[in-house]
Design a protein around this ligand. Structure first.
Ligand SMILES: [Zn+2]
Ligand SMILES: [Zn+2]
Length: 303
């Protein structure tokens, strides 16, 4: 009898490189993703396919979205009980109010668990004008914690018919450092950020940026909010000067300057030989910008 040799482990390992992030339990932050080695700007840290995907539209109400979520979750519970169990095990913040008009295929407690898991973990898939076409929950990407000055950002391409998500590093990340995303556009004001994080995720943010902005006077904050549309905050924050806003460099380099975009720019992935790209891509509008073409006045060199 012919015995075929087993696929050797080293070969299998060589065909799939070790992951660049791993789940770790960080004190006070729960399950987190940390870099397993030095990460270069633009490196793809993670590519993830949805555990759960459900359609939405700009006209959809919360009740519509909840109904679509519960239908998709019900299908998943039938087609893949293990994936459904994984969905239920995701970290969840506060339970949102359950719409009385939406009927659920699940008992009330399970419905509440699913709505809370969705609120804390779902990513909106949107086009370049931020029109949402679907929501997706990813098994690994849901472990990314939030930071108001993230060191990575996510890219998705629903326009190309894909619901997969990739996460790229904005800049160098040392091994062991936590990798964080911003859960909303980076140029939101302090109060708006804190309100969203408390309501949807159940925590107050005490990141470096929030510690600075917590001390801003109300009129500074209001000015930022009155600017209203995303994209305007950047210029206003630059005018604060580095004394009031030591993170201005981040905004000059990594926040898209296209009007009303508010996307985050990450370098394109390094070439095969490891050369870091000097072209940055906006994760919302897709604009490409060569490094050094910022609209700043040279202040970025002083930081
Ligand atoms: Zn913060
Ligand atoms: Zn943009």
């Amino acid at each position: 009898m012919l015995v075929l040799p087993p696929v050797s482990t080293p070969m299998a390992a060589a065909s799939s490189p070790p992951p660049l992030v791993q789940v770790a339990d960080l004190a006070g932050r729960g399950r987190s993703l940390i870099a397993t080695r030095h990460i270069k700007p633009g490196e793809i840290l993670l590519s993830d396919s949805p555990l759960l995907l459900y359609p939405s539209s700009p006209a959809a109400s919360d009740a519509d979205d909840h109904a679509a979520l519960l239908r998709a979750a019900h299908s998943l519970s039938l087609s893949s009980p293990s994936s459904f169990h994984q969905l239920l095990s995701l970290h969840a913040g506060p339970t949102p109010p359950v719409s009385s008009s939406s009927s659920s295929p699940f008992p009330p407690s399970l419905t509440a668990t699913l709505l809370a898991a969705d609120r804390s973990n779902a990513f909106a898939l949107a086009d370049a004008r931020r029109r949402v076409s679907a929501y997706a929950i990813y098994p690994l990407a849901s472990f990314f914690n939030h930071d108001c000055l993230p060191n990575a950002c996510r890219f998705d391409y629903p326009d190309r018919g894909s619901a997969d998500l990739t996460v790229r590093a904005l800049h160098d990340i040392p091994p062991g450092r936590e990798v964080c995303l911003s859960y909303f556009p980076v140029n939101w004001g302090y109060k708006e950020r804190q309100a969203r994080l408390l309501e949807d995720y159940g925590f107050r943010c005490e990141c470096d940026r929030c510690r600075v902005e917590a001390n801003w006077k109300d009129d500074e904050e209001n000015m930022e909010e009155d600017g209203g549309d995303e994209g305007m905050a950047e210029e206003e924050e630059e005018e604060e000067g580095d004394g009031d806003f030591p993170h201005a460099y981040f905004f000059v380099k990594f926040v898209c300057d296209v009007e009303n975009c508010g996307g985050t720019l990450a370098p394109l992935p390094p070439s095969d030989d490891g050369t870091v790209s000097d072209v940055l891509e906006c994760n919302v509008c897709g604009k490409l910008r060569k490094e050094g073409d910022e609209d700043g006045d040279g202040e970025m060199d002083d930081d």
